[in-house]
Design a binder for this molecule. Structure first.
Ligand SMILES: [Zn+2]
Ligand SMILES: [Zn+2]
Length: 143
């Protein structure tokens, strides 16, 4: 492997590299796919570091995370205008941003009435997209 790194400067750079690679990917991306993309770009980074960095980015609110049908975590950069909720196809991984205004209003209301602070929420919608359902989309090959 690549050996451990100490010090914050290097990890800040890795964070930026991981986020940039994630932004370049289309849609939700797994840590493994992202790791391969980083290596292809000449960024020498271990898979564990990619996992850890994605976790940090998620905690910092810079990426959104969903789980696919197998429970694998998939990541996507969070849009500048706040977080989004997605409907994810369990078969092909297609993701659609959905209108979640009602959920957001409800969350704000619950926060207000309970007196809790720093309340966050996660909401995952999964299903089978139209293409997969009608059999036109036989799953992606090579993944
Ligand atoms: Zn699908
Ligand atoms: Zn929300």
């Amino acid at each position: 492997m690549y050996g451990t790194t100490r010090g914050g400067r290097r990890s800040t750079r890795q964070r930026a590299a991981v986020l940039a690679a994630l932004t370049a990917c289309d849609g939700f991306t797994s840590a493994q796919t992202l790791h391969a993309a980083l290596l292809a770009d000449g960024v020498e980074v271990g898979l564990t570091t990619v996992y850890r960095t994605l976790h940090l980015l998620e905690a910092a609110g810079q990426v959104d995370m969903v789980r696919d049908g197998d429970g694998e975590r998939l990541y996507r950069p969070r849009p500048a205008d706040g977080h989004r909720h997605y409907l994810l196809c369990r078969r092909c991984g297609l993701s659609l941003a959905v209108d979640s205004e009602e959920v957001e209003r409800w969350a704000v209301e619950v926060t207000r009435t309970t007196g809790f602070h720093d309340v966050g929420h996660t909401l995952e919608l999964t299903g089978v997209c139209d293409g997969c359902h009608s059999g036109h989309n036989d799953g992606r090959t090579g993944s």
